[in-house]
Write a protein that binds this ligand. Structure first.
Ligand SMILES: O=C(CO)[C@@H](O)[C@H](O)COP(=O)(O)O
Length: 228
């Protein structure tokens, strides 16, 4: 599988979401940050906006639920048109049941880990998932500095994925930019969320292409990338 770049609309103009989706045409997915002001100290958008956005763009939606009670809400995001739904390990009451429900409804199932949450307790759960998201900032806000101390966790997660012979994707989110993307790719990430580094530039679509080329140069020789 090739490297994927998913611009985060948290850094976009919320009054012009359809245009902002068009501005990153060529991106692999549009990353939609759903925040409830409980799981994280910020509030963004919910099911009706995801539903409208999925009708307004051809780019598939990668919904990252930073919310409490994802067991109740995640299936509704699949019904709203999300192609991938990520719930947080720290918030899900029954992650295996939830992942199976998301898949059964036709979307990719993904689980996210906050910076302080280790991957090891979730090793046996990996086959239930299509993607694992490692947060490289504390969730809640765009424009934060990348946490370098997450690199060993990315590396360990890639090793676990390889050891289990899984084809799942490994996403990183937070502070991903031209300065940090190569370190993430070297550690084993293959799906990159970037908000301010994309929407903060004059030509967001060109920035997506440049970030992808940068990460591809690093992953081209990686053993885990062969046969993706
Ligand atoms: O989930 C989040 C923040 O909680 C992210 O998706 C941010 O939106 C990424 O923004 P940048 O760090 O790339 O500016």
């Amino acid at each position: 599988m090739a490297v994927q770049i998913n611009p985060s609309i948290l850094s976009a103009d919320f009054a012009r979401l359809a245009d902002e989706a068009e501005a990153v045409k060529g991106a692999d997915w549009l990353h939609v940050d759903v925040m409830d002001n409980h799981f994280v100290p910020n509030l963004t958008l919910g099911v009706p906006i995801v539903e409208s956005l999925s009708r307004a763009t051809d780019t598939p939606l990668d919904c990252h639920l930073m919310i409490e009670d994802p067991d109740r809400w995640a299936p509704q995001y699949v019904e709203a048109g999300a192609g991938s739904v990520t719930f947080h390990a720290e918030a899900a009451a029954a992650p295996v049941r939830l992942a199976r429900e998301i898949r059964a409804k036709g979307a990719r199932a993904s689980m996210a880990l906050k910076p302080a949450t280790p991957i090891e307790p979730y090793e046996d759960l990996l086959p239930e998932l299509d993607m694992l998201l490692i947060m490289t900032v504390e969730p809640g806000f765009g424009g934060q500095a990348f946490l370098d101390i997450m690199l060993p966790k990315i590396r360990r997660t890639r090793e676990l994925i390889s050891r289990h012979g899984l084809q799942m994707w490994l996403q990183v989110d937070g502070g991903v930019s031209a300065e940090t993307i190569e370190r993430c790719a070297e550690a084993g990430a293959d799906v990159f969320v970037a908000g301010s580094a994309v929407y903060g530039t004059e030509d967001p679509a060109a920035t997506v292409r440049a970030l992808r080329a940068q990460a591809e140069r690093v992953t081209a020789g990686a053993a885990w990338a062969c046969g993706h």
